[in-house]
Ligand binder design. Sequence first.
Ligand SMILES: Nc1ncnc2c1ncn2[C@@H]1O[C@H](COP(=O)(O)OP(=O)(O)OP(=O)(O)O)[C@@H](O)[C@H]1O
Ligand SMILES: [Mg+2]
Length: 231
Amino acid sequence: MKLITCCSFKGGAGKTTALMGLCSAFATEGKTVALFEADENRPLTRWKANALANNTWDPQCEVFVADDLPLLEAAYEEAESRGFDYALADTHGGSSELNNTIIASSNFLLVPTMLTPLDVDEALATYRYIIELLLGENLVIPTAILRQRVPFGRMTASQRAVSDMLTALPLTQQPMFERDAFAAMKNRGMLHLSLSNAINQPSMRLMLRNLDAAMEDLRVLSRFVQEALGD
Ligand SMILES: Nc1ncnc2c1ncn2[C@@H]1O[C@H](COP(=O)(O)OP(=O)(O)OP(=O)(O)O)[C@@H](O)[C@H]1O
Ligand SMILES: [Mg+2]
């Protein structure tokens, strides 16, 4: 089981959304995914409830509440023993012992950030924090910044400037674009199943292209992560 963690000091950076998307991309490949809910606000538990209500929950995936150290240890052990291919950990903002433990146990770290000066500042602080933690523990864990909510059309001058600043750091190959289909996942459930349900519903036909384009972004992101993991 490979553990992939989304972390950022800043709230609202797009951690949970990136994780929901990756989960869908892995599930379309037939992979089993354990989701570690390390945020006491429980966004993944809510996501699962919404998905079950919309018939968009993939039973290859399971949420494990892991918002304290004993729960995290139990979740990790259970997911490992049940043979999940991947575990995805959703963390709360800021630094904590729980976050440190998750980071140090991960096989890949994703730091999502929006392209505002404030967000990028926080992403750089998160990146520095991760590197210092890993150096202190003598660990090498591939880490990449994920540019989140990037506008599809032209970027503003400020967005271009902060985007240029980020090129000095390891970035995922492609950003996650600002898409309604991504914003809607928390209510609609898993994107790949929303997509397959839409195919069978004439009223959803107009949304198909949007869902399909969003799913393609996620396939690129998941391939990038899998290559970094050597999968
Ligand atoms: N690529 C995207 N396109 C459109 N909306 C997005 C995208 N990524 C995130 N959002 C929206 O931005 C908001 C914040 O995203 P999200 O909840 O994923 O951030 P977070 O880092 O997990 O926040 P928190 O720190 O509260 O856990 C949500 O309303 C989400 O739907
Ligand atoms: Mg979140």
